[in-house]
Ligand binder design. Structure first.
Ligand code: XMP
Length: 519
């Protein structure tokens, strides 16, 4: 098969940080894909046609029963290979070296690597300031390198920290260059892709062109329907598909009455007017709010919204005469099949709302033009497609909307107070220039009233909770450390400007143990 870009294959041996390798490479405009070691065989390698291969780290020991091994034929591809941590150990093990485990070989945390010989293209500019800090995280270590390899750097606990067989273009390091604690790690990847002959041909402009062609090939003259939420992912997917197939695309914006202040109007206006997208504005707020009346259990709320969403979407899809394809803004992190060594089902913390289940139910195939992108790449594509910066940089907003920011029973009155308080809070954050530093910020309305005094009178009003977190992917998060002045000013503004609120709390919980949303 011919591929439009030079491709690098990352073989995943189960490290927690394999995705970071892909991030570093994408930053270098190198197209790469991550595949678990047990899904890669000779036929796959031939079809993938990598220009270079990276073996990730992993938690196993090469001597353990069923230890992950690289696919047959990988060392005969004739392309450069870089092994990282377990990737180094397994490379040595396969090529005739030796790995040892047990007492005294483990090393976790920062270490300094001293050069023994830096005349290696991989190390160009690396040891310019002397020994380099790296991040180690390994139980076993290499005790004898494979024939043909030479040592280029050592650390106190890893005598073979950097090794290479230059004649075969095989490189192997014991540390993790992909993490931030290896400050010059990106340089190592840069050197590796340069020596492998990558030219940096993975750009958003070329992605846009390829994606448009792929959508045309897949869809032909058939119809596509897209659930547009107003979030960055579904918006970028819709605009891209519209560019590819024009009027064959119909978008449905399901307005569940749980959007933020003026949000529904803004989304509809932008897509209809600026992008001329065929858009159905399905105002179903009465249906959703009616079904949620009296519901206070978080899971019941989520499941009710998820079920109604599918019903409503299906109704509107039928009304336009159906579609053959459903467009979704699925991203690469959702697609990567990671190697799990723990096994077993994990506990459901929250039932996430998405449109999964729809394609089978309606007999539709999926169009997922963002499947190969990370979140920041979707933003870059959005910029490429001309989406306004303010829109692209928006904080994430959950599918169930304000329902999960209104613990307890949802009423129209509470939603209105919440919308107004949230708008003041976000305005404050923008005015203080903090919006882009924060991953997600929002107000919640708490299920209680408290007593206050305003003017000369007693008040008995709602309390509002403010949340702001920093995060990389929403999986873990730290609460944002606003100054007391900011919090005081914001509380005063909310109480003065939003009728029905007489108290404001700030949530100082990180995730874990909290979650980002309240429900
Ligand atoms: P939690 O509350 O689980 O949230 O810490 C993590 C991130 O996910 C978002 N979130 C959702 N997004 N559908 C979504 O599309 C959902 O049902 C949903 N629930 C939470 C949340 O806003 C945060 O960014």
């Amino acid at each position: 098969m011919t591929h439009p870009h030079q491709r690098l294959l990352i073989i995943d041996f189960g490290s927690q940080v394999t995705q970071l390798i892909a991030r570093r490479l994408r930053e270098l405009k190198v197209y790469c894909e991550i595949h678990p070691f047990n899904r890669v065989n000779e036929a796959f390698l031939k079809d993938f046609a990598p220009k270079a291969v990276i073996f990730s780290g992993g938690p196993a020991s090469v001597y353990a029963e069923g230890a992950p091994m690289p696919p047959a034929g990988v060392f005969d591809l004739g392309v450069p290979i870089l092994g990282i941590c377990y990737g180094q150990q397994v490379m040595m093990h396969c090529l005739g070296g030796h790995v040892e485990g047990g007492h005294g070989t483990a090393e976790f945390g920062r270490a300094r690597v001293t050069p023994t010989d830096d005349r290696l293209p991989l190390l160009e500019g690396w040891f310019a300031e002397g020994p380099e800090q790296v991040w180690m995280s390994h139980g076993d270590h290499v005790s004898k390198i494979a024939p043909g390899f030479q040592v280029y750097g050592t650390s106190p606990n890893a005598p073979f920290a950097i090794t290479a067989d230059v004649s075969r273009n095989f490189y192997a390091v014991q540390f993790h260059p992909e993490v931030h604690h290896t400050p010059k790690g990106a340089k190592l990847y840069e050197n590796f892709v340069r020596l492998a002959g990558f030219t940096g041909d993975w750009t958003m402009a070329s992605y846009r062109e390829d994606a448009i062609q792929k959508i045309r090939d897949q869809v032909g003259d058939r119809k596509v329907i897209c659930a547009l939420s107003g979030g960055v992912d579904s918006s970028v997917a819709a605009i891209l598909i519209h560019e590819a197939i024009g009027e064959q695309l119909t978008c449905v914006f399901v307005d569940h009455g749980l959007m933020r202040l003026n949000e529904a109007e803004e989304v509809v206006t932008m897509f209809r007017e600026a992008y001329n997208l065929p858009l159905i504005h399905a105002d179903e707020s009465d249906l959703f709010l009616g079904a949620l009346d009296g519901v206070s259990d978080p899971e019941v709320k989520r499941k009710t919204i998820g079920r109604l969403f599918i019903e409503v979407f299906e109704k509107h899809a039928k009304a336009i005469g159906g579609a053959d394809f459903l467009a979704q803004g699925t991203l690469y992190p959702d697609v990567i099949e990671s190697v799990s060594f723990s096994g077993g089902p994990s506990v459901t913390i929250k039932s996430h709302h998405n449109v999964g289940g729809l394609p089978e139910k309606m007999g539709m195939k999926l169009v997922e033009p963002l499947r190969e992108l990370f979140k920041d790449e979707v933003r870059a594509l959005g910029r490429e497609l001309g989406l306004p910066a303010k829109f692209i940089g928006r904080h994430p907003f959950p599918g169930p909307g304000l329902a999960i920011r209104c613990p307890g029973e949802i009423t129209r009155e509470k939603l209105e107070i919440l919308r107004r308080a949230d708008a003041v809070y976000i305005d404050q954050i923008r005015k203080h220039g903090l919006y882009d530093e924060i991953w997600q910020a929002f107000a919640a309305i708490l299920p209680m009233r408290t007593v206050g005094v305003m003017g000369d009178g007693r008040t008995y009003d709602y309390a509002v909770g403010l949340r702001a977190v920093t995060s990389v992917d929403g999986m873990t998060a730290d609460y944002y450390p606003f100054t007391h002045d900011f919090l005081g000013e914001t509380a005063t503004r909310i109480i003065n400007e939003v009728k029905g609120v007489n108290r404001v709390f700030y949530d100082c919980t990180s995730k874990p143990p909290g979650t980002i949303e309240l429900e």
